[in-house]
Design a binder for this molecule. Structure first.
Ligand SMILES: [Zn+2]
Length: 677
């Protein structure tokens, strides 16, 4: 499902909360311990703050990056492992504990998984094999969407961007086996290598299914050619960030004007679309192209495409040859991992995807602290107050727009820790017979869950992340920030051991301030206080905003991520604005604390220095070059190092804290800095 959420992290990672400065005689100071004093703060602040730790902690072979997020995740994994093993032993007949126990038992039963090979998918493969024409193919394709194999296109139910009180069915570009359209066309050496390896991987899957080597190669080339046609009419990541251009509401009866040969009313009914007579098309040109592909492509190629994507989707849950082929391409080649993660972690990841919130119910019972919840809620309000003051003082924004911005800021809802109302997973079927079947059943449950929302009132109490998630998000349709309990975990430290300076950098700036700023980034600012896509900016204010934001775009475009691959300033603008805003308002809020006012040094560092080092700690991650390249191509978040060194030169407090001078590499003349919030 495509959810329009603006997160702290791309796929995984981090966080914490706050307390008073009590850590003087507790244990080793994490900030001091992580420093690399051979690097000057004004030279490369990321390396100054984190280099000591990075040098002592190389990336493990089964990881594509290693840092603070993984340390937190490791602690979460240990807790979840304990919950799962207990659930499996209980062997209950019904309820959440039974479902978790089943899921865990089936996922860990390698003897059974190896014995079964591809048989959990055989019935579906037989259906694909029997298809006679393009119409059959589309009917099978939408059936496959129901259990999570999203062939040909992407779709899902979410709030209508222009009417947040109603759910709408959204149809998006999709259907590709590589992460996005750029992989089909980019000319840098890494992308070319991946593009050459992809058909080899596709052929490997066909061979595993019993196809001879020469035929497998032919089939793979045809699948690649088909996907390239879809990719040709797919938008770039940066072009997907314009909410107006990606909003095209259309009557279901009129869809034939885009795809004259596809009987959408029939297929949408099959997929579960009911109670609505219109849908929202993200990229009409993609659906025109899909029509062309379906009417011109050879039937056998269409069938091969479906079969490959069915197996690809469920390979991680099948026997070793399939799981290995999937790992070699997606984790090894694309992201640089040297070996597979242990099975138990992979099963936990799959379970998180399938029923994270069910697991979360057990998780918060054992591990979530009410005191932390209160502390964190207070930080949100301090950040909100700091942002309000900053907005009131802006000299470039008219009072008309400013009043609306202030209304929107005051209206932002905060969700902290875990949902008040839990999703009811009782209808999700689980068993101990097959890992892959459990995943299919879980996907079917989610499909029904979303489809059944159509025509019903919007439930604004819902969470789109589980409580144990180490991440957070801003949802523009609800004008809310959602901060799961998992992000309160600080590996190796208790809350009370962390001073406010560290916490305001680490948590208040890099997550709370970041998420709130998303409500006013280049994309989020286009939604009003009720969560509707509606322009509340005057033309002049909009121009000023864009002019100022463009300075940040150019700054990031000039940075090199890896080899000769530059960062993409426009694609990552929303996240970079959120990082910069988070730092500015986080520092403002910090200056109001006793910790800052008293000015006592800890480990020889001033509170201001600890704030910025705390911020750097939140991005203490080393990433393999393959994964950096992958992130630049497929993620709206810049790689970690640039989330520190990118925004900081625009923050006046940073210059004061470390005495940054014009000769320093991180120095920017005031006229070259971003002046937005
Ligand atoms: Zn974000």
């Amino acid at each position: 499902m495509n959810k329009l959420l603006f997160t702290v992290l791309g796929a995984s990672l981090f966080f914490t909360c706050c307390q008073s400065p009590e850590n003087k005689n507790v244990k080793m100071d994490i900030l001091k311990n992580n420093l690399d004093t051979t690097v000057a703060p004004g030279e490369d602040f990321f390396s100054y703050g984190n280099g000591g730790w990075v040098k002592q902690n190389p990336i493990p072979a089964d990881e594509t990056s290693w840092g603070i997020g993984q340390l937190v995740q490791r602690e979460l994994y240990d807790r979840l492992l304990h919950i799962n093993e207990a659930a499996m032993k209980k062997d209950e007949k019904s309820g959440t504990t039974k479902q978790i126990g089943d899921f865990w038992a089936a996922g860990m039963d390698t003897v059974n998984i190896e014995k079964q090979g591809i048989t959990p998918l055989q019935a579906e493969l037989d259906k694909i094999n029997a298809l006679q024409n393009a119409k059959d193919v589309m009917m099978q394709a939408v059936h496959m969407h129901g259990y999570g194999a999203n062939v040909f296109f992407d779709e899902g139910v979410q709030q209508d961007e222009k009417n947040s009180d109603a759910y709408a069915y959204h149809m998006q570009q999709g259907g590709l086996g590589m992460p996005n359209r750029d992989y089909y066309f980019e000319t840098d050496a890494r992308s070319v290598k991946i593009r050459e390896a992809y058909p080899v991987y596709v052929a490997t899957i066909f061979k595993l299914m019993g196809v001879d080597s020469a035929t497998a190669k032919t089939k793979a080339a045809a699948v690649m050619a088909l996907e390239t046609k879809l990719a040709e009419k797919s938008r770039k990541l940066e072009d997907l960030r314009d909410p107006y251009k990606n909003y095209n509401k259309m009557a279901i009866a009129k869809l034939k004007t885009i795809s004259p040969n596809i009987e959408w009313p029939l297929y949408l009914k099959e997929i579960g679309v009911a109670h609505v007579d219109s849908v929202i098309i993200g990229q009409p040109e993609f659906y025109k192209q899909l029509d062309v592909v379906l009417t011109t492509e050879n039937i056998q190629v269409l069938k091969d495409y479906l079969a490959f994507h069915l197996v690809r989707t469920f390979s991680p849950y099948l026997s070793k040859p399939y799981a290995d082929a999937n790992f070699n391409f997606y984790s090894g080649l694309l992201r640089g991992a040297k070996e597979q993660r242990p099975r138990w972690k992979r099963v936990l990841d799959a379970e998180e995807h399938a029923m994270g919130e069910a697991l979360g119910q057990l998780f918060v019972k054992e591990y979530f602290n009410e005191k932390a919840k209160k502390r964190y809620e207070d930080i949100v309000e301090n950040i909100r107050a700091a942002y309000k003051e900053r907005m009131e003082k802006l000299d470039w924004m008219s009072s008309e727009t400013k009043q609306k911005a202030l209304h929107k800021l005051a209206a932002i809802t905060k969700k902290v820790g875990y949902p008040d109302k839990w999703k009811d997973f009782s209808a999700m079927k689980t068993g101990r017979a097959s890992f892959a079947t459990n995943m299919m059943q879980a996907n079917m449950w989610w499909n029904n869950y979303y489809m059944s929302k159509l025509g019903k009132p919007v439930d604004r109490s819902e969470w789109d992340m589980s409580p144990q998630t180490y991440n957070a998000y801003y949802n523009p349709s609800n004008n809310e920030i959602v901060l799961p309990a998992g992000m309160f975990t600080v590996p190796g430290y208790k809350d009370e051991e962390l001073d406010d300076a560290l916490v305001y950098g680490y948590a208040a700036a890099s997550t709370v301030g970041h998420e709130i700023t998303h409500g006013f980034d280049d994309e989020g600012r286009q939604y009003d206080e009720h969560g509707n896509l509606s322009n509340w900016w005057t033309k002049k204010d909009e121009e000023e905003f864009n002019k100022r934001a463009d300075v940040l775009v150019k700054q990031f475009n000039n940075m090199v991520a890896v080899d000769t691959i530059h960062l993409r300033g426009k694609q990552s603008l929303g996240e970079n604005l959120a990082d910069l805003g988070g730092l500015l308002i986080g520092y403002d809020a910090f200056m109001k604390t006793d910790c800052y006012k008293k000015g006592d040094k800890i480990s020889g560092m001033t509170p201001a220095q600890r704030f910025f080092l705390g911020y750097a700690l939140s991005w203490m991650i080393e990433i393999r070059p393959e994964q950096i390249a992958n992130q630049v191509h497929s993620d709206v978040h810049a790689p970690a190092k640039f989330r520190v060194n990118g925004p900081l030169p625009n923050v006046p407090g940073f210059y004061e804290a470390f005495g940054i001078k014009p000769a320093d590499k991180m120095y920017l003349a005031d006229t070259a800095r971003v002046h937005l919030w």
